[in-house]
Write a protein that binds this ligand. Structure first.
Ligand code: GLN
Length: 534
């Protein structure tokens, strides 16, 4: 079957969950046993989002192949349960870079290089190459940003051109607000958005409407009339307990059947086993029946929840599997620099310190880790959280006063964490950290690491410039800290554990590989320990 393309656009404003819609469509197609992968367009001129601020842009997601990509990739992978590659990510920066490179080589000799046709052709070629290389039935293309932005205009135009040659379905994710004072849902913003899209030569095949609560029949009819769509192509996408519920919700509205009929694939049947398995797993995550447990995440970007979305999802996956009704308390680490930890952390049954960069808030995290260690509260440290677990242990158990990472105190006498030797000469910032999937070896069977993974060699994703300084290995180990996993060449520490109580931390980011079908092993062990002390 020739590849078909589904283009997901967003109207009116950002933050409507285009990533969840794209992922849900992919999940549905996957349940029909189609071979489907995503492409994400991002209009920014950065080559990738590795150099962006998580406070502004949300989490930087890392792929096995070292790609630093938009957080939507986390959603795609969690829904599809597949490891994606950087070839799915097309940014303005990458595109302009390759156009200029071609121009300098003389590939456009004699021509004036323009957005149309050169840039729009480049986009279409990339998309088609991707489909051919991966032998895909479907490519779901999410266009970042909002219709009408200058940044993504050329992507949308490229998709219009693609639709002249290939089978393309346009899905517009839009917003149907409810005016509190009158309690009524309003169609006008979507009407205007539709006109904007038509002005770009695109007639959407589906409208997916974000709402608080379902749309009334009246508003659905009105939207259908104004957009010349069948009413059953105007789809509800109300706020839900969990994003994983959306595939089921779309299926309940016959989105799958209408889509496949319009692509002349009416005889395809959903794989009932895949569907049942997904529904069961989602049911577990959304169930409120389990044991109530509160864990704290003490981070430095907590005000923007998107900064830690993979950590949150990994916790939810593990909680679902363990029948825990999890409450996550998000704590800004700077707060612990001014307040009593026993007040701020009161009642928690677990502590997570996630990844992060820069000095702000570090002492608050160390205070939280000390509190967890002394009060035997289970602890899980992720990347920075591992580095600070080592620093806290050095300071408060080994008595190395002022121990630190040279990232935060370049002059510290006890540089427990120091720059990776391979990083010392690197000047360029983009894409130069220790990135992507790396194997680690678990050293002894009698460890949290081994009981979590149940195997000796495991692979996790990384994103860091600093590491545990082996010079202090013996000192910390003599005081009880356990190094339970290292890189395969034994040079870098990958997992450390407390001697007493449950405390485990890794230089990796296991949250990035957690899936609803296979929760991250360290998260499962961590929440099991929290459950045990509850
Ligand atoms: N800032 C630390 C480093 O670069 C930790 C990075 C992280 O948490 N991802 O090593």
């Amino acid at each position: 079957m020739p590849t078909k393309f589904i283009v997901v656009l967003g109207s009116i404003m950002s933050g409507l969950g285009k990533g969840v819609v794209s992922s849900s469509i992919m999940k549905i197609l996957d349940m029909y046993n189609f071979k489907v992968l995503p492409i994400k367009f991002d209009g920014y001129l950065n080559y990738d989002c590795g150099t962006m601020n998580p406070y502004r842009h949300g989490e930087v997601f890392v792929l096995d192949d070292k790609g630093e990509v938009d957080m939507d990739f986390g959603t795609y992978e969690r829904f599809l349960n597949k490891n994606l590659t950087s070839s799915s990510s097309i940014t303005g920066g990458k595109l302009f870079g390759s156009i200029i490179e071609k121009e300098r080589k003389g590939e456009y000799l004699g021509e004036d290089v323009q957005v149309i046709p050169h840039l729009t052709n480049e986009i279409q070629e990339k998309v088609k190459d991707f489909a051919i290389k991966n032998k895909l039935d479907f490519v779901v293309i999410e266009v970042g940003g909002t219709v009408g932005d200058i940044e993504n205009g050329y992507f949308i135009e490229a998709m219009r051109q693609l639709s002249l040659k290939e089978e393309v379905i346009f899905v517009d994710v839009t917003y149907v607000p409810r005016l509190k004072t009158v309690g009524e849902q309003k169609s006008k913003p979507t009407q205007s958005a539709f006109r904007a899209l038509m002005g770009m030569g695109i007639m959407p095949n589906f409208l997916i409407c974000r709402t608080d609560g379902e749309m009334s029949e009246g508003i659905k009819k009105k939207l259908a009339m104004f957009t010349s769509l069948d009413e059953n192509r105007v789809i509800n996408d109300p706020d839900m307990d969990s994003p994983y519920q959306l595939p089921q919700y779309l299926i309940d509205q016959n989105f799958d059947k209408i889509l496949l009929n319009s692509l002349k694939l009416p005889n395809k049947k959903i794989n009932k086993q895949k569907f049942a398995k997904w529904s069961r797993d989602v049911g577990k995550i959304t169930s409120k029946d389990g044991k109530n447990i509160t864990v704290a995440v003490v981070g430095k970007y907590v005000e923007l929840k998107d900064s830690y979305v993979s950590v949150k999802e990994a916790l939810m996956h593990a909680a679902g599997k363990l029948s825990i009704n999890l409450n996550i308390k998000w704590i800004e680490s700077e707060l612990l620099e001014k307040s009593d930890p026993s007040v701020v952390l009161k009642g928690i049954k677990g502590l997570v310190v996630p990844g992060g960069f820069g000095k702000r808030g570090i002492e608050g995290m160390i205070t939280a880790i000390k509190y967890a260690r002394e009060n035997k509260i289970p602890y899980l440290g992720l990347c920075l959280g591992m580095q600070l677990m080592a620093v806290e242990f050095a300071r408060n158990v080994c008595g190395l006063k002022g121990a630190n990472s040279t990232e935060f105190d370049p002059k510290t006498k006890y540089n427990i964490i120091d720059i990776l030797p391979s990083q010392v000469s690197i000047k360029q910032k983009g894409g130069t950290m220790r990135l992507g999937a790396w194997d680690m070896v678990i050293k002894n069977k009698d460890s949290i690491a081994f009981s979590s993974y149940n195997k000796k060699v495991v692979s996790e994703r990384h994103r860091h410039r600093y590491e545990f300084n082996n010079k202090f290995g013996k000192t910390l180990e003599n005081s009880g800290l356990k190094v339970t996993a290292t890189t395969t060449d034994n040079k870098l520490v990958e997992i450390i554990e407390w001697p007493i109580g449950f405390g485990v931390a890794t230089q990796a980011h296991p949250e990035l590989k957690s899936r609803i079908e296979s929760p991250a092993p360290l998260f499962l062990s961590f929440l099991s320990a929290s459950k045990d002390i509850s």
